[in-house]
Design a protein around this ligand. Structure first.
Ligand code: GCB
Length: 606
């Protein structure tokens, strides 16, 4: 799905700001047709934001079920006769949208965009029409949803239980757009880049950009696709005609970690009369990604992941996309010497990938399949296995497949994305898990044969027991030796971690440790380095690094977590998860300075 864009033929209008809002605790809004007029009993809610923490009201914070948003929007007068589309960056976890009294789109899944074409609805209306947009957002998690959850009736009301370790923030977390394109338009583009130094090309490096454009609309038979690739200075370096082809770039400036060089691919649809029907610009980073033995190669060079598992999380805003935090977080990644992060545990806002592209930050892109594991925290004793017809079964698998389709469709052209993660810590030691995941790995590879695929393995499915890791190109391990096991005993932890990593190394695949971390209360200190202190966090990381540096197959270290973040209430969570290297408001703990020394010196010697 393409992005809303202002070009010579396209225009956008962002619908962020204050919307009317109300909860629907009794689930009556649909029957009472709240979309059919001004939302009754509404108050203001900012978009984008999670609605949960904007008001000091536990009923809003812990609400389970549907919540309604509404606003009016005037379609710009100049858009008469254009194709007009309403687009949501996301709605967590599912939504129904009406324009005036007409339902225009439904969407399942809380972290990918969806849109409704309003052109038909607008036909016959006067230019400059005012529309009422109503969105009903549902935050319920079930065994079928990605991620899963279960709603329980308690004396205190309905409560959402879930098996993952971050707060179930909900609402319109990303921008809402109205945009216009011509009625014959570029509908999609896929770019795949290559780099060759082969014979015949001498020592000269040649970049290739294979492109595939899908055009749609009224006069699609009468237009020709023309593409032009321009470098960072706006110079045309290659051009082509036809809906697909491969452009050659002599001596390309490659996209590389730390060097986010981008080209612009301008795609034009041109009519027989030479008139421009549509134009769309796709940024392109020329690079390759490959797994060879235990190495992870970017542009043929071994790459070592240094960075974090992150969250989209902030006080008051919850999971809202926030440009301030985005720029600040990327600056902190640079400050600390990190080169990568994982979008744990869901696809982030599209703007995040744009900036990672531009800064040369490498991204492991994860689908929202987290908590598919009843053994873990919040687990339901006695419920048995996670995967099965009465639990996480065929309906979940279908939603999971769709989430993967939408993730790849959205992010396939970002050079920053080098690895797909199809799940975080699922049950993976059972036959049922294997049967559940096998088609999902196949699907991901079919959708994108150019990137490796993995999933984050949990400690309860170690080497030899895990049935899913053999499907993966990269072994991704979340391990907490010294924290959840061998708590505070770093000597034992070191021996155990080393033994386990050496076992995984026998698989002959690259290993990325996608989580290791220790809860740390900023400001808590101890001379003897007790758990929860800043001294312990640093010593814990040092122990992990000794082991990583001793096992050749380890090509990545992602500390859990970049920053403290909100979780559901629990006896092991003090105002959320405190494994951040930064506090929730982004102040460095002692470990940040320690990591900075390690990672910056690695960067200097690279
Ligand atoms: C994990 C999960 C992550 C949790 C983390 C923790 O293994 O993948 O979501 O937040 O552990 O801190 O317990």
């Amino acid at each position: 799905m393409l992005r809303p864009q202002d070009t010579a033929t396209r225009e956008t209008k962002r619908l962020d700001g204050l919307w009317s809002f109300r909860l629907d605790p009794d689930g009556v809004g649909r029957d009472e047709r709240w979309f059919a007029g001004p939302l009754p009993g509404a108050f203001e809610m900012p978009v984008p934001a999670s609605y949960n923490d904007v008001l000091p009201d536990a009923a809003v914070r812990l609400h389970v079920g549907e919540a309604w948003y509404q606003r009016t929007v005037r379609v710009p007068h100049g858009w008469a006769g254009e194709r007009v589309v309403l687009r949501f960056g996301s709605a967590t976890h599912r939504a129904t949208v009406w324009v005036d009294d007409v339902e225009v789109v439904r969407h399942e899944g809380g972290y990918t965009p969806f849109e409704a074409d309003l052109t038909g609805l607008l036909a016959g209306r006067a230019p400059g029409a005012e529309l009422r947009v109503t969105v009903c957002v549902d935050n319920e998690l079930t065994f079928a949803s990605i991620p899963p959850g279960i709603v329980v009736e308690t004396p205190g009301g309905r409560r959402q239980h879930y098996f993952h370790d971050f707060f179930n923030y909900a609402g319109l977390h990303r921008s809402v757009w109205l945009y216009a394109t011509p009625t014959t338009y570029v509908d999609d583009v896929t770019v795949v880049t290559g780099v060759s130094r082969g014979p015949g090309d001498g020592d000269e490096v040649v970049g290739t950009v294979a492109y595939d454009v899908v055009a749609e609309g009224r006069d699609v038979g009468g237009v020709e696709v023309r593409v032009e690739l321009r470098d960072g200075d706006g110079r045309t370096v290659a051009a082509g005609i036809g809906a697909s082809g491969t452009l050659r770039v002599e001596g390309p400036h490659l996209w590389a970690p730390g060097d986010g060089y981008l080209y612009d691919l301008e795609i034009r649809l041109v009519g027989a009369d030479g008139v421009l029907a549509d134009v769309y610009i796709q940024t392109v980073g020329i690079r390759t990604v490959e797994v060879r033995g235990t190495q992870f190669l970017v542009n043929g060079e071994p790459f070592r992941f240094r960075g974090f598992g992150k969250h989209e999380d902030a006080a008051i805003r919850g999971k809202a996309h926030d440009a301030v935090l985005l720029v600040h977080d990327l600056a902190l990644l640079d400050w600390i010497g990190a080169n990568s992060f994982r979008t744990s545990h869901y696809p982030y806002a599209e703007e995040v990938y744009d900036l990672a592209d531009r800064h040369g930050v490498v991204v492991i892109d994860e689908v929202a399949a987290v908590g598919q594991n009843f053994d873990l925290q919040g687990g339901l004793p006695g419920r048995g296995r996670t995967f099965g017809p009465d639990t996480v079964g065929a309906a979940a698998q279908a939603n999971h497949a769709q989430a993967i389709r939408e993730l790849v469709a959205r992010d396939k052209n970002h050079p920053c994305v080098v690895l797909w993660s199809v799940a975080n810590e699922p049950e993976s030691e059972t036959d049922e898990a294997r049967a559940y995941f096998e088609p999902l790995f196949e699907l991901t590879r079919e959708l994108d044969p150019t990137r490796p695929v993995g999933f984050a393995n949990v400690a309860t499915a170690p080497h030899g027991a895990c049935r899913v890791s053999e499907l993966a190109d990269v072994v991704m391990l979340n391990r907490y030796y010294g924290w959840y096991v061998d708590t505070g005993d770093l000597a034992s932890a070191e021996a155990h971690l080393r033994a386990e990593l050496e076992a995984w190394a026998t698989d002959g695949k690259p290993i990325v440790v996608t989580e290791y971390g220790a809860d740390t209360l900023a400001g808590l200190h101890s001379a003897t380095g007790e758990p929860w202190t800043e001294e312990f966090q640093a010593a814990y990381l040092a122990m992990n690094h000794r082991v990583f540096d001793a096992v050749d197959a380890v090509v990545g270290e992602h500390v859990w977590n970049f920053a403290d973040f909100e979780t559901s209430a629990g006896v092991h969570r003090v105002d959320g998860n405190r494994k951040g290297v930064f506090t929730r408001d982004r102040r460095p703990k002692a470990a940040a300075h320690f990591l900075r020394e390690r990672w910056r010196s690695a960067r200097r010697s690279a």
